[in-house]
Design a protein around this ligand. Structure first.
Ligand code: DGY
Length: 327
C-alpha cells in the first residue's frame, strides 16, 4: 500500500479518505515536524500532506524518491517550490474555494474591529478604566459609506467586495489583471496601486505572496496613504514590511492595522507591533471555522487520493507535472 505523511493532525474526515488508499502516518505534535523529521519521513512517502508551516523544496524532494503528490492543506502554496516539484514530476495541489467566505468574513471582521477599536475597547473595560458613558470615549471611524481598496480581486477579494456592498462602500481594486466582467457584477472600480493608496479609507490585501508582492506595502506605500487609513492583511505576512508598518502606525502616518498574518509567524516576542493599541494581531485564523477546516481536510485528502489512484487530482497547481508523469 502507498504511504502518506500528514504533517499535523487535520480533521478526521480527511484522514479517513486517505486511509482508504494509503498507509497514513500523522505528525501528532502541536508544533510542525522539525526539518530533520520531515526529511526522514518523506524518504518512503508516496503522498505528502503538508501545511503552510512546512517548507517543501528541492532538498526535501531529493530525499523523497517515491513522492508523487504534495497536497497542501491551504489555498496558498508559497511554502512549496512548485518549479522544483514540476521538474521532478511531483504534482502539487491546494484547497481553493472552500475557504473563500470564511476568510472574507475574517477580513471584514478586521475592517470593523480596527475601525471601531473593538479590541482596545474590550481591554479598556476589563482593565476597569470605564467610568461612565463618554462623548469622546474610544471614537473610531465609520465603515458604512467609506472607500475600500482591495489589492487583488481573486476569490477572496471578490467575496470581501460583496460584503462591502452591504455597507454601501465605494470599492476600488488593483490587480495585475483587470477583470472587467467582475467589475460590473461587483460595482468595483479598477485603479492603479498609487491611486488605491491615495483614495482608500480601508485597504484589504488579497494577493498571493510572490517575488512581486513581497513588501508591496513598504514605507513608500504608507507615505501615500491617508493618515486615517486602515490596512488589513489576511493574505501573507511578508507582503507587508513590518518595520515600515510599525513606523507608520507609531507616527500616525496611518491610523490602524488589522493583521491575521505576520512575518515571521508567530511574531518574535520583541516585535514592536505587539506594543501598539492601533494594531489588531491575530494568529493566522482566516480559514479557522470548523466546517471550512474540515472541508480543507477532505479536499487535500481527495487530491492526494486521486493521485495515488493514478487519477488527475481536482485541484492541480502544476499541470506540467501531470503531463510529465504521463510521458
Ligand atoms: C491558506 O489556505 O492559504 C490560508 O492561509 C490558511 O488556510
Amino acid at each position: 500500500m502507498p504511504k502518506a505523511f500528514v504533517t499535523r493532525r487535520i480533521p478526521e474526515p480527511g484522514l479517513a479518505i486517505l486511509r482508504e488508499v494509503a498507509e497514513v502516518k500523522v505528525w501528532e505534535e502541536e508544533l510542525p515536524p522539525p526539518r530533520e523529521v520531515l526529511l526522514k519521513e518523506v524518504a518512503d512517502c508516496d503522498a505528502l500532506v503538508p501545511l503552510l508551516t512546512d517548507r517543501v523544496d528541492g532538498e526535501l524532494l531529493d530525499r523523497a524518491p517515491h513522492l508523487k503528490v504534495v497536497a497542501n492543506y491551504a489555498v496558498g502554496y508559497d511554502n512549496i517550490d512548485v518549479p522544483a516539484c514540476t521538474a521532478r514530476g511531483v504534482l502539487v495541489t491546494n484547497t481553493p474555494g472552500v475557504l473563500t467566505e470564511t476568510t472574507a468574513d475574517l477580513a471584514f471582521a478586521l475592517i470593523l474591529a480596527t475601525a471601531r477599536r473593538l479590541v482596545e475597547a474590550d481591554k479598556f473595560l476589563r482593565a476597569g478604566k470605564w467610568k461612565t458613558w463618554g462623548p469622546m470615549l474610544l471614537l473610531g471611524q465609520d465603515v458604512y459609506g467609506a472607500t475600500l481598496g482591495l489589492v487583488g480581486l481573486g476569490r477572496i477579494g471578490a467575496a470581501v467586495a460583496r460584503r462591502a456592498r452591504g455597507f454601501n462602500m465605494k470599492i476600488l481594486y488593483y490587480s495585475r489583471h483587470r477583470q472587467e466582467a467582475l467589475e460590473k457584477e461587483l460595482g468595483v472600480e479598477y485603479v492603479s496601486f498609487d491611486e488605491l493608496l491615495r483614495r482608500s479609507d480601508f485597504i484589504s490585501i488579497h494577493v498571493p505572496l510572490t517575488a512581486e508582492t513581497r513588501h508591496l506595502f513598504n514605507a513608500e506605500a504608507f507615505a501615500k496613504m491617508k493618515p486615517t487609513a486602515v490596512l488589513v492583511n489576511t493574505a501573507r505576512g511578508p507582503i507587508v514590511d513590518e518595520a515600515a508598518l510599525y513606523a507608520a502606525l507609531k507616527t500616525g502616518r496611518i491610523a490602524a492595522a488589522g493583521l491575521d498574518v505576520m512575518d515571521p509567524e508567530p511574531p518574535r516576542p520583541d516585535n514592536p507591533l505587539l506594543t501598539l493599541d492601533n494594531a489588531i494581531l491575530l494568529p493566522h485564523i482566516g480559514s479557522a471555522s470548523i466546517a471550512t477546516r474540515t472541508r480543507m481536510a477532505t479536499m487535500a485528502a481527495e487530491n492526494a487520493a486521486a493521485v495515488l489512484r493514478g487519477e488527475l487530482p481536482p485541484n492541480l497547481v502544476n499541470p506540467e507535472a501531470w503531463e510529465k508523469r504521463r510521458r
